[in-house]
Design a protein around this ligand. Structure first.
Ligand code: NAD
Length: 316
């Protein structure tokens, strides 16, 4: 779509699935090179309980690792697993030289304190980037930590589409620790594909539309289907939709469909770039998890004095 009387192209879709595929292919090459030096990046995922959505995510993470030539293990534990037993699994993985990345699938059963589990993971193996050490490193701009996969994936999408962020007004809607806040930490840095002027909105923000209307880039991560509508954005905006929401839909075989936080149909014609849901941000999360695991393996190998070619948290 090209708008009349302007050179700006509108309605371009950011193909997260294709970009994630490229990253995974690049990682497979990196993994093969590491294998020549005797290093096989290993990711361990712990799943507690039998939440079906979590089981699907975990299976796709393990599959993606194997496909890239990495070592992937899933530890499935019953819902009644004690916090102490879970901590012991984490400690064993911290000590396991074949494992470079550890991910404990959230949410955990209520009787387990997630914070205690996250803090028990060796920060050098914290490929989810949720350990306070990695959260702090990201905020102060130290590049040897791990950024959480979903916001890192968003930054990578922007970079690979050539969406300049420097000096741009970037409005993030949502302030969770897994998306909104680390997204802010990434984009506010004095770094390539960052240097944005960042506003973080949340449920207490007065007049959300007043913020989103002046944004060059809007990143929606609220879990509210269709929250962002065309009247809330300016022409030419870049829209990244992190939301994954189930809405009832009798027309679909499953009785529901997956939508984002953005009213895609109305916003697309006025946006210069927009991510779809599904196949936008979602596939990037797994690709970045793999990327973090390969980095963890190279950083751990480098610390041991072995060869290392992929240590920086570079993007694109
Ligand atoms: P969360 O529930 O932890 O946080 C939601 C945030 O949105 C809160 O900060 C809240 O203040 C804000 N919010 C809610 N309603 C609002 C409103 N009306 N106006 C402004 N702000 C509002 O959610 P989360 O874990 O950050 O996830 C957000 C969405 O992203 C969910 O749909 C989730 O499924 C999805 N998600 C996708 C991926 C992925 O891989 N693509 C990863 C993580 C989360």
């Amino acid at each position: 779509m090209r708008a009349e009387g302007t050179e700006q192209e509108l309605g371009r879709i950011i193909d997260g699935q294709a970009i994630a595929r490229s990253i995974r292919d690049e990682l497979a090459v990196e993994v093969a090179a590491l294998a020549e030096g005797g290093i096989v990046p290993g990711l361990a995922v712990i799943l507690v309980g039998d939440d079906p959505a979590s089981a699907v995510y975990v299976a796709s993470k393990e599959r993606a690792c194997r496909e890239a030539g990495m070592h992937g293990v899933t530890i499935k534990l019953p819902a009644e697993t004690t916090q102490q037993a879970l901590l012991e699994h984490v400690h064993a993985l911290n000590a396991d030289p074949a494992i470079h990345g550890i991910l404990v699938q959230m949410p955990l059963p209520r009787h387990i304190q997630s914070d205690a589990i996250i803090r028990a993971i060796d920060p050098r193996k914290d490929v989810d980037g949720f350990h306070p050490i990695n959260v702090g490193k990201l905020l102060i701009g130290e590049r040897d930590g791990f950024a959480p996969c979903t916001p890192a994936g968003v930054q990578e999408l922007l970079a690979r589409c050539g969406v300049e962020t420097a000096g741009k007004e970037c409005v993030i809607v949502g302030r969770s620790n897994i998306v909104g806040k680390p997204m802010m930490s990434l984009l506010v840095q004095d770094a390539r594909w960052a240097n944005a002027t960042v506003t973080v909105c949340h449920r207490h923000t007065k007049d959300l539309a007043a913020h989103t209307r002046r944004a060059d880039i809007v990143i929606a991560a609220t879990g509210r289907p269709g929250l962002l509508t065309a009247d809330m954005v300016k022409r030419g905006v870049v829209v990244i939709d992190v939301g994954i929401n189930r809405v009832e839909d009798a027309a679909h075989a499953k009785g529901y469909r997956i939508v984002g936080d953005v009213d895609f149909e109305s916003v697309r014609p006025v946006a210069s770039w927009i991510t779809p849901v599904p196949k936008g941000v979602g596939p990037m999360t797994i690709a970045m998890l793999m990327k973090n695991t390969v980095r963890a393996a190279t950083l751990i190998a480098a610390a041991r004095g072995e060869t290392c070619s992929f240590a920086g948290r570079g993007i694109a």
